[in-house]
Design a protein around this ligand. Sequence first.
Ligand code: ADP
Ligand code: MG
Length: 562
Amino acid sequence: MPTETFEFQVEARQLLQLMIHSVYSNKDVFLRELVSNASDALDKLRLAALKDDTLDADVSDLHIEIETDGEARTLTVRDNGIGMSYDEVGRLIGTIANSGTAQFVKELREAQEAGGGADGLIGQFGVGFYSGFMVADEMTLVTRRAGEDRGTRWSSRGEGTYTLETVEDAPQGTSVTLHLKPADDEDKLQDYTSSWTVREIVKRYSDFITWPIRTVPKKGEDGTDAEPETLNSMKALWARSREEVSDDEYHELYKHISHDWREPLETIRLQAEGTFEYQALLFVPSHAPHDLYTQGYQRGVQLYVKRVFIMDDCEALLPSYLRFVKGVVDAADLSLNVSREILQQDRHILMMQRRLTKKLLSTVKDMRSAAPERYATFWREFGAVLKEGLVTDSDNRDALLAASSFASTHSADEPTTLKDYVERMKDGQEDVYYLTGESRESIENSPHMEAFRAKGIEVLLLTDAVDEVWVDVVGEFEGKRLRSVAKGEVDLGAEDGEKADDEREKQGEEYAALLGWMKERLADDVKEVRLSSRLTVSPACVVSDADDLTPALENMYRAMGQ
Ligand code: ADP
Ligand code: MG
């Protein structure tokens, strides 16, 4: 087959432009990304070989190699892993698969045009392979999929097109060669052909990779080969004791797993001994991914069995409302051939899920008292997802409520827990009041709030779609009913007692004619027109029946086509 030239997909081209004109200040990370891909490819091959013993692949010495050439100014990262077919190269390398990415690229360009500030943004998506263009003006990839005969060469200068051609003699796996930008490049790049530089970068970012990362020895002065050197310690971080591992090392593992270039918010370790042994290393990211609420969202907990990678995105390990958690779970007694279907029903996995869930929820709760700022970040990013648990996980309801906080009229910027709310309740107040709406502002301006404000009664201000649902499902807290201030009759007059009742009766007679007239005129729109004690300033407001759907919920169900 002749060499064919293809155009990059639009988003990919834009991303490449950003890479070439480099928006990211720490360019060393390109090597981490290439090593990360190589490591994934080795994991995949080992697993494929375990599952299919007819696979014609060599798995005898799986490793990663880094070769540099100072004269040619090249750096090559090579693996003998799963490799890619011709079609796969076009699909995986020529496009950006992640749907949310196009949006990011747009934001990234805007941030850059506004004068920098793109470091934070660029970390939000897996620009992995393309990051090579931060330091190279040309990249070549040669790959052969394990079990296939022919290989593929991909090459690009990052400028809108790439070429593909079939090659006959490619070794199994993938090698990526960077043709480094000139040494006097304005970016003042490090010398990535220096073995010292390479060693430092690998140590810093990829030490935990469980496959050997070797240098390719240069010929010595006397013409003999020097020994290859293994640059990483290869120790699985989750199998090492806490004291032995630095935060930085944990964070690099997080970046490898999550494809997020930023630091995680929280690192959680868990070890279980006994009949069902496992180790878990879990991370709470510092930012919610844009696609968290979409169908195809990839969860991020990997399953290992005795250090052997089994699967990404293992949904059986955590409930859906914790789908933002990333990490590794390494179980001692599972079959390497275990399938997703089996996992969903496995008793041990279920026990593990329960334990991990409890640990995560208690971590969040502790964070609230011990690190309020971090908790605030957590709640801003993940509060709405966590609240899904209030609807779906009644077993952990108390722990979820203890980890949750809600905006309230008590404070303009500090959310409250239900517990604190109850402690502040006025004498005679029997229910926990809330109002749902689009935004804090719109809720605060609601006429429903007037009487509560006048009487100084605290109201929770709930603005997430899920709030409508959980308040109904949960129903009460410590024996106090959760009540919407927009539903039914609200009796705030307890302290004025009978006098108020008399008064209302009198007013009722006085206004009977007006109310009757209004009811007639509005017959198509309302069930009833009545005098109310809930308003102090506004002349009138619309109220739902106690068990009617609220307007927002009506909208939600309508949007769902029900
Ligand atoms: P990500 O790693 O986040 O998926 P990358 O841009 O780093 O994104 O890589 C894109 C895809 O290209 C990978 O998901 C993988 O399928 C494929 N790929 C990249 N490098 C290799 C490699 N060394 N061996 C096999 N496949 C690879
Ligand atoms: Mg990658």
